[in-house]
Design a protein around this ligand. Structure first.
Ligand SMILES: *Cc1c(COP(=O)(O)O)cnc(C)c1O
Length: 223
């Protein structure tokens, strides 16, 4: 087994105050999650509903599961009873469905709005302008089952540190703008989820409060 305990311990001990780790366990077996759990880790991120369902059913109940992948509206109902946070909200339609399923389960589901700043078209998410418009539209006030806790984004997959840092900075600027204009009195709006295995130090330098690390902790994924 990959030295999960050694790797996660390195990451956890180097984590600055105010930054949490979401351990991205997609494509890795339950035993790897258990190893990280034994080191005290409780927040795990998955990107496929079926895989998450399977893991959630066999792993400890105090794990906080975060959904980080593209989420189809017709699958929200499966994770709504237990999901701690949906980080990948990229449309009003999805938000409305999360609201509906949260209410059915008598819960309020924490969500992050996923921003698309990276150059790759393959990455999903809202543009800066779409994100602004969604918040400004006032529809969030009509969705009592949804708690917007901040923003999530992925930087471009490039070697250029300056470009990556600039993308994180742009996301952080938007976060600060939205915080000031719409969420100044909402302490729940506080999360900046950015930083992955290859770029998390740059993310932490640019406002991240939650890094999402998979490969560095669990090793290469086998698809
Ligand atoms: C897979 C994934 C990660 C983790 O990436 P690593 O490079 O393995 O650390 C983080 N965020 C999202 C949205 C992902 O899909």
């Amino acid at each position: 087994m990959y030295p999960v305990k050694d790797e996660i311990t390195k990451v956890l001990t180097a984590l600055p105050e105010g930054v949490r780790l979401c351990a991205i366990s997609k494509y890795h077996p339950a035993e790897y999650i258990e190893a990280a759990y034994e080191c005290g880790q409780r927040v795990f991120g998955e990107s496929h509903v079926q895989e998450l369902q399977q893991k959630q059913s066999v792993l400890p109940g105090d794990i906080e599961w975060h959904f980080i992948g593209h989420l189809q509206t017709n699958k929200v109902k499966y994770i709504a009873p237990y999901i701690s946070m949906i980080q990948s909200v990229d449309s009003e339609r999805l938000l409305r469905e999360i609201n509906k399923q949260a209410q059915k389960n008598r819960r309020r589901i924490s969500c992050l709005l996923e921003l698309h700043i990276a150059e790759e078209d393959t990455k999903s998410g809202l543009s800066v302008e779409e994100c602004r418009q969604l918040v400004a539209s006032g529809i969030l006030d009509e969705l009592p089952g949804v708690q917007i806790c901040g923003l999530m984004m992925m930087a471009s997959n490039v070697d250029d540190d300056e470009q990556i840092a600039a993308e994180f900075h742009k996301a952080h600027e938007l976060f600060l703008e939205l915080k000031q204009d719409y969420f100044a009195h909402d302490p729940a709006f506080k999360e900046c989820s950015w930083g992955m295995s290859d770029d998390y130090p740059l993310a932490i330098a640019n406002g991240s409060t939650m890094i999402r690390i998979g490969t560095k902790i669990f090793g290469p994924r086998v698809y």
